[in-house]
Design a protein around this ligand. Structure first.
Ligand code: FAD
Ligand code: NAP
Length: 482
């Protein structure tokens, strides 16, 4: 009997001779990092086809990352290198689940990786949540970042007070965009439509509202530091929200929570530094308030159904538990309430994944495709990665680390597939379906033509690019011979 090692070697040699076809659904960081990992493996030859709903690649790197954080977008260069590898095909403008079924991809490919992210919102579940100018941060981010379906967002900045619910980095991003001087935003790739709206904005006050306490805020130190250094905008804290928090507690926290809390605590107790005061200006035109221990209870709307206020329930940290003064500490309702008048509410309580098609295993409670190291439970040849696999949390580096693991799971499986378990046709089969269905896929070269046009348009207004927010318009810039 052949030893396990010999059998594995033979199977590797057999597999090596046969290119394995992998379909990746979604061209965000997860899709690209899984692809990159697969390409690096010597044991299996792969052809990777990356299917993307939009004509533009890069997912939230293009449509999520804040316009004033251009350095974060440097990862696009790495993704472009992956996309230009001769073993990779970018298939944009194809919504999997609609234009082609996951089941069809599974019949044509050795492995299918679902990495289509989290493109919906979580709801607060409170009265009048659907009033006018109660908007999800996801939509607002999409609006200023040029996401086609958010380009016509009906948002009014014609009010003095905005309330943002949630204390994650997305909440901080949208708060920063609302209070940053327009001249600074003009130099970014923020859309022209957003610039126009922001230049007429009357917003003076932004409340960032969190349901738990100072040690449970979900934003990170870099983002807080930026919020403390915005020209013409003063941060405001309520020392009551920090009651019970002592220097001893802070110094006992683990990094990076410790550094974040130190900065927050210092800002509350010591007030502005010599550098901050002149930056904010004596008659600062704007301010942002951190409001902790407040749960949204009810939204109030006027006769035209436009938001006019929000009622917040006042919480206190549950004392005496093992979680006391940790990130896990919960809150309880004090029964007290307060009303905050406002003309805009942005809900920033997290994104949500959805099932693109029936038949895909999906955990509705967790909002993920259930998986073990990326292998979708109870299936063969089906994998998932990124926020669809982990839930909507984690920065790009976290998504990368997890995606590499998924890439390894797939490699292990592909190495062990017997020669009979091979794909049936790969992209050729799917391309025929596109012809029958009048689907026009966009290649990476096509995207580069769009990219070039955006940069050209940006030059006119002194921006890195002017994003084209209409899919038809994007398609019109594709060169015929590409
Ligand atoms: P996504 O990036 O969402 O990619 C999913 C892709 O799938 C998209 O291109 C989408 O169009 C595509 N897709 C969706 N449905 C389909 C379908 N049916 N068929 C085909 N394709 C489909 N991290 C940082 O490190 N720094 C930051 O500054 C930062 N800023 C952020 C700002 C915001 C507003 C958000 C929400 C997140 C931010 N993150 C940041 C986190 C980072 O964006 C995520 O970790 C990462 O994008 C998750 O990658 P993903 O590939 O799982 O999802
Ligand atoms: P997040 O970090 O999970 O924050 C969500 C916030 O919403 C938390 O404060 C949470 O409070 C609150 N929340 C949830 N449900 C709520 C409810 N029903 N009522 C009131 N508050 C509620 O999510 P995110 O801000 O969407 O960010 C997602 C990920 O992207 C994060 O990992 C983030 O770091 C990353 N990101 C990074 C950057 C950056 O690096 N600059 C920028 C944007 C996003 P509880 O803690 O009490 O649940």
């Amino acid at each position: 009997m052949r030893s396990l090692i010999t059998r594995r070697l033979l199977s590797t040699v057999a597999n090596k001779s046969k290119v394995k076809h992998v379909a990746v659904v979604g061209s965000g960081p997860a899709g690209f990092y899984v692809s990159q990992h697969l390409l690096k493996q010597k044991s299996v030859d792969v052809q990777v086809d990356i299917y993307e709903r939009l004509p533009a690649p890069f997912g939230l790197v293009r449509y999520g990352v804040a316009p004033d954080h251009p350095d974060v977008k440097n990862v696009e260069a790495t993704f472009t290198k992956v996309a230009k590898d001769s073993r990779v095909r970018f298939v944009g403008n194809v919504a999997v689940g609609q234009d082609v079924k996951v089941s069809e991809l599974r019949s044509a490919y050795d492995a299918v990786v679902l990495s289509y992210g989290a493109a919906k919102d979580r709801d607060l579940g409170i009265p009048r949540e659907n009033s006018k100018n109660v908007i999800s941060a996801r939509n607002f981010v999409g609006f200023y970042n040029g996401l086609p379906e958010a380009s016509g967002l009906d948002v009014s900045l014609d009010c003095e007070t905005a309330v943002i619910i949630g204390l994650g980095n997305v909440a901080i991003d949208v708060a920063r965009v609302l209070v940053t001087p327009i001249d600074e935003l003009k130099e970014t790739d923020i859309t022209e439509a957003a610039l126009e709206k922001l230049s007429k904005s009357r917003i003076k006050r932004v409340f960032l509202v969190g349901r738990r306490g100072p040690i449970q805020v979900a934003f990170t130190i870099k983002e807080l530091r930026e919020m403390l250094h915005i020209k013409g905008c003063r941060p405001c804290f309520d020392s009551k929200d920090f009651q019970g928090l002592t220097s001893d507690i802070v110094s006992g926290l683990q990094r990076p929570r410790k550094r974040l809390t130190e900065l927050l605590f210092k800002s509350v107790r010591e007030g502005p530094t010599d550098k901050q005061l002149p930056l904010w200006g004596e008659n600062h035109s704007k301010e942002w308030h951190l409001k902790l221990l407040r749960s949204p209870l009810e939204i109030h709307a006027d006769d035209s159904d436009a938001v006019e206020a929000i009622t917040l329930g006042i919480n206190r940290l549950v004392p005496g538990s093992k979680d006391e003064w940790t990130e896990a500490q919960g809150v309880e309702d004090t029964g007290l309430k307060e009303r905050l008048d406002c003309g805009l509410i942005l809900k920033s309580i997290g994104y949500k994944s959805v099932k693109v098609e029936d038949g895909i295993p999906f955990d509705e409670t967790k909002g993920i495709v259930p998986n073990v190291d990326g292998k979708v439970e109870a299936t063969d040849g089906l994998y998932c990665a990124g926020w669809l696999a982990t839930g909507p949390r984690g920065v790009i580096v976290d998504t990368m680390t997890a995606a590499y693991k998924v890439g390894q799971t797939i490699t292990n499986d592909l190495e062990n597939f017997s020669d009979t378990k091979t794909s049936v046709g790969g992209y050729e089969v799917i391309a025929n379906l596109f012809k029958e269905r009048n689907v026009t896929p966009v290649s990476f070269q096509d995207w580069e033509a769009i990219d070039e046009k955006e940069k050209e348009l940006g030059e006119i207004s002194g921006k890195p690019r002017e994003k084209i927010t209409d899919v038809q318009q994007m398609m019109s810039h594709i060169k015929d011979d590409s």
